[in-house]
Ligand binder design. Structure first.
Ligand code: AMP
Ligand code: GLY
Length: 424
């Protein structure tokens, strides 16, 4: 088979690494891919949002399967356009990707289907939103309804903070058009988990659960990022939680969309807070998580390619059950100076060769580039360092031992990834 992977982040590097291992794959292309993927894929100089470019390339190369990694091309309808031209593509169509691309639509769907989620109100006018916020005497979360690279949710301790956040989103337009509408939610408490599943429109195969660390600072302080590291399996993520999430959340949302003639095919990702009253959805995403993929994909023993193809073809029920490595994985993200407010480019990354041979360690590239003989930083999240171990503690030690061998100017990372699993 010839496979084209769209995207160039850490998630896509993890997917490329896995797809390339499939005995069915003869050639893997990545558009645009990144420096780290060169060992496993041929890079194609096309941006992930260049729908027409991807379409023409897929036709020219007779690609058998296009795998779309990031949310932007999914929400723009890349899969619809490829499918209409007879090209098999993995990922939800535009109408299904709205679950991520429009938080107010997702909230409405959840409310109609009685899917447990945070109470929320949607506003289009700053004045109305401000009046509502001022009348509440509690913590709130203010969210830009559109896509904002995972940074559009601001957790606020009180109404004053919430008003500042509304100003940032609706008046200063920090996230551009994504802030045309805001969702104001009650603030929930509890551990957060990410539950991802393969879906083919009807059938759902739930993956191993991961726990992301969104804020930049240790102890979950500071602004939210796209994710600073994660691990599986979290102690709260037991079989009972999986069953509840599957029945009360995943099946309900996928089947509700199907009743509206929206076939959800791809990965559905439920971001959950496990409250005292049970798991509640704080967001849906229409793709693998980043960095969740970097901690989940290395544990998948099954060949991923037939699974991706089965989702695209609507025949997941015929695929064998997912086979997992039972060992936990920990992924630590290394970010560049200034992230998440900004990022720094061109800093030389040292130590990549030193970690290459470490057992059960994978270094997934995200914001990297090649400059002469050097690999340099080229974005906010630069690398994801994943390690597997017999226990979370061992996986964590291995990941941090690898991290210590890597360095670049301004490198920042959290030293407490997975520490909650160890009761610290
Ligand atoms: P989102 O972009 O909706 O996933 O939100 C980003 C992050 O903000 C989440 O991962 C949570 O840490 C936090 N968050 C979002 N919604 C809530 C909520 N209702 N209560 C508490 N924290 C939240
Ligand atoms: N790690 C969060 C996300 O992928 O949205």
């Amino acid at each position: 088979m010839k496979v084209l992977l769209v995207g160039g982040g850490g998630r896509e590097h993890a997917l490329a690494w896995k797809i390339a291992q499939s005995p069915r794959v003869k050639t893997l292309f990545a558009a645009p891919g990144n420096v780290g993927m060169r060992d496993v894929a041929e890079l194609v100089d096309l941006s992930a949002e260049d729908i027409n470019g991807v379409l023409q390339f897929a036709k020219r190369e007779s690609i058998d399967l296009v795998v779309v990694g990031p949310e932007d091309p999914l929400c723009m309808g890349m899969v619809d356009i490829l499918s209409a031209e007879g090209i098999r593509a993995f990922g939800p169509c535009k109408a299904a990707a709205r679950l991520e691309g429009d938080k107010s639509f997702a909230k409405e769907m959840m409310q109609h289907q009685s899917i447990p989620t945070a109470e929320a109100r949607v506003f289009t006018q700053f004045r109305d939103a401000k009046t509502y916020v001022a009348s509440r005497d509690c913590g709130m979360v203010v969210k830009a309804a559109g896509l904002a690279k995972g940074k559009g949710a601001i957790v606020c301790a009180d109404p004053a903070e919430a008003i500042l956040s509304l100003e940032l989103i609706m008046v200063d337009r920090e996230f551009g058009n994504a802030g045309d509408r805001v969702v104001i939610e009650e603030k929930l408490n509890g551990p957060e988990v990410s539950v991802l599943a393969f879906v083919d429109g009807q059938t759902i195969y739930v993956m191993e659960i991961a726990q992301d660390h969104k804020p930049i600072g240790e102890g979950d302080t500071g602004p939210n990022t796209g994710g600073m590291g994660d691990y599986g399996a979290a102690p709260v993520a037991d079989g009972r939680l999986r069953d509840t999430v599957t029945v009360d959340i995943l099946v309900r949302i996928v089947h509700a969309l199907a009743r509206e003639h929206v076939d959800y095919r791809g990965v559905v990702y439920a971001g959950l807070m496990v409250t005292r009253g049970g798991p509640r959805v704080i967001e849906f995403n229409c793709r693998f998580g980043d960095p969740e993929a970097q901690a989940i994909v290395p544990r998948l023993r099954s060949d991923i390619v037939p699974l991706l193809a089965a989702c695209a073809d609507g025949r997941l029920a015929q695929a064998p059950d997912l086979d997992w490595d039972p060992r936990p994985a920990v992924c630590v993200v290394l970010a560049s100076r200034g992230y998440p407010a900004s990022s720094s480019k061109g800093d030389v990354i040292h130590g990549l060769d030193a970690v290459r041979e470490l057992p059960d360690v994978h270094v997934f590239h995200a914001g990297t580039a090649r400059e002469g003989d050097h690999v340099v930083t080229a974005g906010g999240r630069v690398l994801g360092v994943t390690a597997l171990g017999d226990t979370v503690e061992q996986a964590r030690e291995r990941a941090y031992a690898a991290v210590e061998r890597i360095s670049f100017d301004g490198m920042q990372y959290r030293r407490d990834i997975a520490s909650r699993a160890l009761g610290r």
